[in-house]
Design a protein around this ligand. Structure first.
Ligand code: NDP
Length: 248
């Protein structure tokens, strides 16, 4: 059964990791996809690959989610192409950890503009399209670290905790327009981001997971599929942990 037929969906940061797994699963379920990222050529290649593999409709939507004017232009162009939007997955994000004594103002600004401001920018434009359409679903990628905190991750954790605050507030603000807003809080998922922390810390993190295995991008994509589909039509304002029982 295809769960996303006739749904217009934008996935930010769709070329790698969780965004890629989510885009592949959504394509498999028949979604009309707008693939976002910053590398136009990579997006075109992905679009062609998904179209040939899954026979769904794919479009390239190239913009930097941290730059307000680019987000605005991106959504305006999406609107010209399709007139309606059903699902936004706010997935794009960065990890740039440093101890609080060492972190630079530039790192703080870059982390917040990419991880947090982007969610507000994209949600603002997406909800305008969703309201015209009678509803929709916004899915935000938060983190277990945004819920529990972690030493050495104060900036990243704050940027993700803010997403949870935005999710809870938007779910209340937009419920009357039939727009559901939920967050996924992944634990430790095997992507470029997780690998970037180095082997020693990687093994420590895996050891802190009750299931004793790193998560797969597919584990997160499966939850995103549920939240994007009508299976979750009465679910809003939730932060769903997908972490294999990770202890942080
Ligand atoms: P990756 O680093 O593997 O991929 C991140 C994606 O985001 C890339 O496609 C990247 O594109 C894109 N991106 C980054 N900055 C921008 C930008 N300014 N504009 C548009 N796209 C951008 O990360 P993951 O797949 O691991 O993470 C996805 C989300 O899940 C993130 O929000 C992350 O914080 C969250 N998460 C991940 C966890 C994990 O363990 N992996 C745990 C908890 C949360 P490009 O190729 O251009 O860099």
């Amino acid at each position: 059964m295809k769960l996303l037929e006739n749904k217009n969906i934008i996935v930010t940061g769709s070329c790698r990791g969780i965004g890629l797994a989510t885009s592949q699963l959504f394509a498999q379920h028949g979604a009309n996809l707008w693939l976002n990222g910053r590398d136009e050529l990579a997006l075109q290649t992905l679009s062609a690959k998904l179209t040939s593999q899954f026979k769904n409709n794919n479009h390239v939507c190239c913009f930097d989610v941290s730059v307000y004017d680019q987000v605005k232009n991106g959504f305006q162009s999406l609107f010209k192409q399709c007139k309606k939007l059903d699902v936004l997955v706010n997935n794009a994000g960065i990890l740039d950890d440093a101890l609080i004594g060492m972190v630079s103002q530039k790192q703080i600004a870059h982390t917040f503009s990419t991880n947090t401001y982007s969610v507000l920018y994209c949600s603002q434009y997406a909800q305008r399209l969703m309201i015209r359409n009678g509803g929709g679903s916004i899915i935000n990628l938060a983190s277990i670290v945004g819920v529990n905190g972690n030493a050495g991750q104060s900036v990243y954790a704050a940027s993700k905790a803010a997403i949870i605050g935005a999710t809870l507030s938007l779910s209340k603000e937009l419920a009357s327009a039939n727009i559901r807003v939920n967050a996924i809080a992944p634990g430790f998922i095997d992507t470029d981001m997780a690998r970037s922390i180095g082997d020693e810390l990687y093994l420590q993190r895996v050891d802190s997971i009750a299931m004793k295995r790193v998560g797969k991008a597919q584990d997160i994509a499966n939850t995103a599929l549920y939240l994007a589909s009508d299976l979750s039509s009465y679910v809003t304002g939730q932060v769903i942990g997908v972490d294999g029982g990770m202890l942080i």
